[in-house]
Design a binder for this molecule. Structure first.
Ligand code: C2G
Length: 430
């Protein structure tokens, strides 16, 4: 019996998929189809997949050509499948020409011509409404929004506005955004999401204007340190039925959700202490404080909840440019320490110490792609990771799209309670 294998995502199953399965089957007597698993797709940067794995498998099954369906879960699995299933022929579309030549060492390799004029991307674009985003900026720095947005289909960055026209021009050149807007109102025309990337003092004003024009908003954290203004923004968002999304990438990474689950499930026992530190160079302590402390607090408040007993804070300024902030948050049985330095070198890490074990995150924990679990009673360290490129913004965008499309308005890991406590703590530091 001659065994053939082929692989694919098979999202929005179409004629091209049908044709390749049909032709693949003709190369032998038995066809195995590998359908990509969801985390494998995320890992290889395919964030636009719309159908669930079950739906995609079902569609392959309904084509009637597959004798066996398997799930492709990791890079490199193809070689082990060929060995495991004793495959004779490997078939793939010629959009992959040259990429799978090494397979020829293990079995016969066939690249088949693609069906012209149809693709999953094309169907996604015509089936789903495209979300357009406008940016309000006060510096030429997009926080990788533009590059990350390109990885999520159904989303495009269209317009930029700045009160300083030189900044808007430089921004559009640097990030290749065609439309530079002269005034704010124009920015709001034809976009449905607005990213407010400005200093704290201007955020509330811009966010309010965007919400009033029924735009979903992504804002830097905190939106405002004035509790009344903050509440007003949320009230307005409710009235206008739009999403207010905090630019806190960590809350959208798989690694964070995974470690949160492990802690909640009791894998490290009771949390006794959380130690969180990092440092940056040549940046004002305010900026540092807000960006990094907000990420640290988002992690801590999700793990520990919002009922802390007290907070103590110290800022040490040794010279004009060395600054060091140390904050202690006390819970009934847990102590949380957050240390942030400027122009001083502090090891970047988060250590969550529990009665049964610890969890450690290293460098760049605010957009973590890995962590370690160190059980108390075992020597072996377990590593958990999710490889991804970029700074994680794409996961935030993807979550935002799901929220908009499915009409959800509050992201569960950043609910109003967490937001209020976070704002109060940040306000307290002012
Ligand atoms: N295909 C085709 N004609 C099209 C579209 C797709 O022949 N118009 C083929 C592709 O060449 C591929 C198969 O259909 O062989 C599945 O395509 P996708 O679902 O796009 O899968 P892809 O992401 O290319 O995954 O491990 C995954 C595989 O390497 C391929």
């Amino acid at each position: 019996m001659k065994k053939v294998i082929t692989y694919g995502t098979f999202d929005m199953f179409h004629e091209g998929h049908y044709n390749i399965l049909k032709r693949a089957k003709e190369y032998g007597d038995y066809l195995i189809v590998g359908v990509t698993g969801e985390s494998y797709d995320v890992g290889r940067g395919k964030l636009s997949v719309r159908d669930s794995l079950a739906e995609r498998i079902n569609n392959v099954k309904n084509s009637g050509f597959a004798d066996q369906i398997i799930v492709e879960e990791y890079l490199g699995q193809k070689i082990s499948d060929i060995i495991k299933y004793d495959v004779d022929v490997f078939v793939i579309g010629d959009d992959w020409k040259g990429k799978f030549d090494h397979i020829a060492e293990y079995c016969e390799l066939v690249y088949l011509p693609r069906t012209e004029g149809i693709s999953s991307t094309q169907i996604r674009e015509t089936t789903f409404r495209k979300h357009r985003i406008g940016i309000i900026a006060d510096r030429v720095d997009d926080n990788q929004l533009v590059s990350e947005a390109k990885k999520v289909s159904g989303f495009s960055v269209e317009k930029v506005f700045s009160e300083d026209t030189a900044i808007a021009d430089a921004f559009s050149k640097k990030y290749d955004i065609c439309n530079v807007m002269d005034n704010l109102e124009e920015l709001f025309d034809d976009v449905d999401i607005v990213f407010v990337r400005t200093e704290l003092k201007d955020r509330y004003r811009f966010m309010k204007a965007a919400i009033k024009r029924d735009k979903h908003v992504i804002g830097e954290v905190p939106f405002s340190i004035d509790e009344d203004k903050q509440n007003e923004l949320f009230e307005l968002a409710k009235q206008h039925d739009v999403v207010l999304m905090h630019n806190l990438k960590v809350l959208h990474t798989q690694v964070f959700v995974q470690l949160l689950w492990m802690i909640k499930a009791g894998l490290i026992g009771d949390v006794i202490r959380i130690d969180c530190a990092t440092s940056k160079h040549n940046r004002s302590i305010k900026q540092l404080f807000y960006e990094l402390t907000a990420s640290a607090l988002a992690i801590v408040l999700n793990i520990m909840g919002t009922d802390y007993e007290k907070i103590a804070k110290r800022i040490i300024r040794d010279t004009e440019d060395i600054e060091y902030m140390s904050m202690t948050i006390t819970y009934p049985n847990t102590e949380v320490i957050i240390n942030i330095g400027n122009n001083i070198r502090v090891e970047s890490k988060i250590e969550i110490v529990g009665s049964k074990g610890s969890i450690r995150l290293g460098e760049n924990w605010w957009r973590a792609d890995s962590f370690e679990l160190l059980p108390v009673d075992e020597d072996n360290v377990k590593r958990y990771y999710m490889n991804y490129d970029g700074n994680g913004f794409k996961f935030l965008i993807k979550d935002l799209l799901v929220m908009i499309d499915e009409h959800r308005r509050e992201y569960p890991l950043m609910n109003r309670d967490i937001d209020t406590v976070m704002t109060n703590i940040l306000q307290d530091i002012e």
